[in-house]
Design a protein around this ligand. Structure first.
Ligand code: ADP
Length: 211
């Protein structure tokens, strides 16, 4: 879909249909002193973008959908799979020290912890690692599985989920990222990562594209 920015003539058409609908293309053209052919592209744009509905042999109706309604309809089509990132996964046996190094190298804020079968067992955030670093413990001898947030307390999503549902979970749980998982009979495999940054990118894409 293109940006919803109507021309002056399209606005006039909307006004006419709002007041007189259902009304045929012929009659709209008459009111504007234009030919039906001249109006055809405008009517096509208005119906495709959802402002008008065309019924054969009856004419055009104003759908009454506001810009906000259309925006929320578009928002509710955005899915995790179109905005996801690659997950950064660490083994549950690695040390807090190595996890900190990994977090810097991979340039992420959240890492997912897996067991030897590559199944999700935990989440590590920046603050989890900072908390473990307070005090005098030997960071290279503490395994991450004693400081991580563990199953079953992990908030997850699937790649088919709506981005708006992910955003709600991030807000409710006050977290920055979710693992995207695939359920198997043994547990959950991590297949992606979705973060506040991905949602911010979707927001900008929406503003630019007018989706
Ligand atoms: P930070 O701690 O860097 O501010 P978060 O706000 O994401 O990052 O994390 C807050 C706490 O929530 C941490 O203890 C972290 O382990 C936990 N956490 C983060 N993501 C999830 C998740 N998807 N499910 C469950 N707990 C999570």
């Amino acid at each position: 879909m293109t940006k919803i920015e109507l021309s002056k003539r399209q606005e006039q058409i909307l006004e006419i249909v709002k007041e007189n609908g259902p009304i045929t293309g012929e009659h709209i053209a008459e009111r504007l002193n234009l030919t039906r052919a001249t109006l055809r592209p405008d009517l096509a744009i208005l119906t495709m973008s959802g402002f008008l509905e065309a019924r054969p042999r009856v004419g055009y109706f104003y759908t009454g959908r506001s810009d906000m309604q259309m925006l929320s309809e578009s928002l509710n089509k955005l899915r995790v799979m179109d905005y996801q990132s690659i997950p950064v996964v660490v083994d549950e046996g690695i040390s807090v020290y190595d996890a900190i190094v990994m977090m810097f190298l991979e340039d992420v804020g959240t890492m997912f912890v897996v067991d030897k079968h590559a199944l999700l067992v935990g989440v590590l955030s920046r603050k989890d690692l900072l908390r473990a670093s307070i005090g005098k413990q030997e960071l290279s001898s503490i395994p991450v599985n004693i400081i991580m947030t563990r199953m079953p307390n992990i908030t997850m999503c699937t790649k088919e989920d709506l981005l708006t549902d992910v955003a709600k979970k991030l807000i409710e749980k006050q977290i920055d990222a979710l693992p995207i998982v695939k359920e198997t009979d043994k547990g959950f495999e991590v297949i992606g990562r979705i973060t506040k940054t991905n949602i911010t990118k979707a927001f900008v894409a929406l503003a630019n594209e007018g989706y």
